[in-house]
Design a binder for this molecule. Structure first.
Ligand code: ADP
Length: 583
């Protein structure tokens, strides 16, 4: 199924394409440079070889005219004339032995007086070649060299001339014509493409016959006129090869029809000629193609390896992810189980907590029993005394004081009833319904329970509270118990203290109600500060504390969304602050 490519993938594809392009360009460029350089080396080597064969083909005959020029019989022929038969025979024999194309002697007018080809229809004897440059050079006293088509034979060749002089007089010229047919044949058999151009750029020697007398560039008028005057290439039309020369990596490239060559050239010394070697350009193209294919294959291989590595990595990643997911699933399951267990424990704890609260109440009740007994004893003793008094008064017939006494007894029973009602409230399990309540009331209730204990200990309770009710939302019984526990702890703490003071402050602060209970005891022990609200933590003697008081308080406070903190204030002792939102 087709899926649109993402930004990252598009970028990667673009990078890959760019990389491929760069690789192709570099491979093509580099291989072209190296292939052309290789070809240039080959061309240079081959040219050296061809040049040496060319020179040796010529040098072989260059001495001949000079030897002929010293021949006395030839001198005599030129000086005295007569029948050249003898000389013709001599020249014919030398030519047959040495091997150039022809040998001939010219008189100072440029007419051939004797020739090695005197027997053939193309015999030079009697012919005037005074227009030829080699003759003119000889008549100037120097040796001449000229390349051109034979006027009689129509065959091309080199003409070497040497002046013949007698007593410092120029009496004629000895000429040797060398045809390079053999050399050309040898070159052609080599199968390579080589050609030689003369000083005018005319191809005079070529392994391809059809190129002879043609040129790579057109000739100027002046050049054409000079060639004509010397009859160098008489009867031949000089044309331009249909070659398109361009430059390629430092070499000249020739495009001729469907063929393309890279050309290396070298000058031929003394002649002003050039020899050229043509190497087929398709070698370079093939090398470029080969290297490019290898480069593309290498690039493709690299990409493939990259893709494989990526796929491998992705497989690893997904395997890792699967393992991770499985692990997370297991952890989740474990967590779920733990949460369920925790909920169950919480439920258990809550139930235990409620039990504890109740148990705490019962414990407080027990503790209170002594003070309650004391509270009850006093009014009961008084009632007994007053009722005995009443009996005596009635026996005496004094009704007035009896009435006073009954009034006092009534008051005393009221006090007893009050104590009984507080006891009742502690003996039953607290309702768990929250309601609006006055914090001052809870504190009063707590104090009522503990006042007797405080007085017995000689403890001074200093209380500050607002005149208006401090209304909060909570369970009144629970709040009473919070204060009872806190006050009980304070009383326990100051039992041995030199000054026994408990300060209670109820106040409003930023939308909250605060109850602060501070005592003049030794303050919270360091270990107590760390585990203050942990259940069963106590620093009290066995039998004096269970370590449940603050834990119960903490539970109650948390249920009511309030805060409690215990600390050692600067003035000494311990200080507990309960803070809850105002209703
Ligand atoms: P208990 O009173 O049974 O020891 P609590 O939970 O009420 O259990 O208290 C735990 C501990 O906190 C106490 O043993 C005591 O060390 C410390 N503590 C509580 N209130 C005070 C206080 N007002 N002064 C000093 N220490 C206190």
């Amino acid at each position: 199924m087709f899926r649109p490519l993402g930004k990252k993938q598009l970028l990667l594809a673009a990078l890959l394409l760019a990389g491929l392009g760069a690789t192709l360009w570099y491979a093509a460029h580099y291989s072209e440079l190296t292939a052309v350089a290789e070809l240039r080396d080959t061309a240079d080597n081959r040219l050296l070889l061809y040049e040496s064969t060319f020179h040796s083909a010529l040098n072989r005959y260059q001495y001949l005219p000079y030897i002929l020029a010293t021949n006395q019989e030839i001198h005599q022929l030129l000086e005295r004339g007569g029948d050249p038969l003898h000389i013709n025979g001599y020249l014919e024999a030398v030519n047959a032995e040495a091997g150039p194309a022809s040998i001939y002697i010219m008189n100072p007018q440029g007419v051939t007086v004797a020739s090695s080809n005197w027997r053939t229809p193309q015999s030079y004897v009697g012919h005037d070649f005074s227009f030829r440059p080699y003759f003119r050079d000889a008549m100037k006293g120097s040796r001449g060299i000229f390349y051109g088509l034979g006027v009689n034979t129509k065959l091309p060749g080199f003409f070497f001339s040497c002046p013949i002089s007698q007593d410092n007089r120029l009496i004629g010229a000895a000429v040797v014509k060398v045809e390079l047919k053999r050399l050309q044949k040898e070159w052609r058999e080599g199968g390579e493409t080589v050609f030689v151009t003369d000083q005018n750029g005319v191809i005079v020697l070529a392994t391809r016959e059809e190129w002879v007398y043609r040129s790579l560039t057109p000739h100027g008028q002046e050049t054409l006129a000079r060639i004509q005057s010397q009859e160098q290439y008489r009867g031949v039309s000089l044309s331009v090869l249909p070659a398109l020369p361009t430059q390629r990596a430092g070499m000249t490239e020739l495009a001729m029809g469907s063929e393309r060559f890279l050309m290396g050239s070298r000058p031929l010394e003394h002649l002003g000629w050039h020899i050229h070697y043509l190497a087929p350009a398709h070698f370079v193209d093939e090398q470029i193609r080969g290297v490019t294919i290898i480069a593309v294959a290498a690039f493709a291989l690299l990409v493939l390896l990259g893709l494989l590595a990526r796929a491998n990595h992705q497989r690893k990643v997904s395997r890792q992810k699967a393992i991770e997911a499985k692990r997370i699933h297991q952890i989740n399951q474990q967590l779920e189980a733990e949460i369920a267990e925790r909920r169950r424990k919480e439920q258990e704890l809550r139930e235990t907590h409620d039990e504890l609260i109740h148990a705490g109440q019962m414990a407080a009740l027990g503790q209170m029993a002594a003070s309650v007994a004391h509270e009850l004893n006093q009014p009961l003793a008084a009632i007994r005394m007053f009722s005995a008094n009443c009996r005596v008064m009635l026996q005496r017939g004094q009704t007035e004081p009896v009435l006073d006494n009954l009034g006092t007894i009534h008051d005393l029973t009221g006090r007893l009833a009050a104590v009984a009602s507080q006891l009742k409230s502690f003996s039953r399990k607290s309702p768990s319904q929250k309601e609006g309540m006055d914090l001052r009331r809870s504190m009063d209730n707590a104090l009522a329970l503990l006042r007797h204990q405080a007085e017995t200990m000689g403890c001074q309770i200093k209380m500050t509270q607002p005149d208006d009710p401090l209304m909060v939302r909570g369970i009144p019984m629970h709040m009473d118990q919070v204060f009872v526990n806190l006050l009980q702890n304070s009383l326990d703490a100051i039992r041995e203290a030199p000054a026994k003071v408990v300060r209670i402050e109820l106040r409003q602060s930023l939308g909250h109600a605060e109850a602060v209970i501070q005592d003049s005891g030794p303050g919270l022990a360091p270990e107590a500060q760390e585990r203050l609200f942990s259940p069963f933590f106590t620093t009290k003697e066995p039998g004096h504390g269970l370590g449940l008081g603050l834990s119960i308080i903490h539970g109650i406070i948390r249920d009511m969304n309030c805060e409690i903190r215990g600390e050692n204030p600067e003035g000494g002792g311990a200080c507990f602050t309960v803070r809850l939102p105002l209703l």
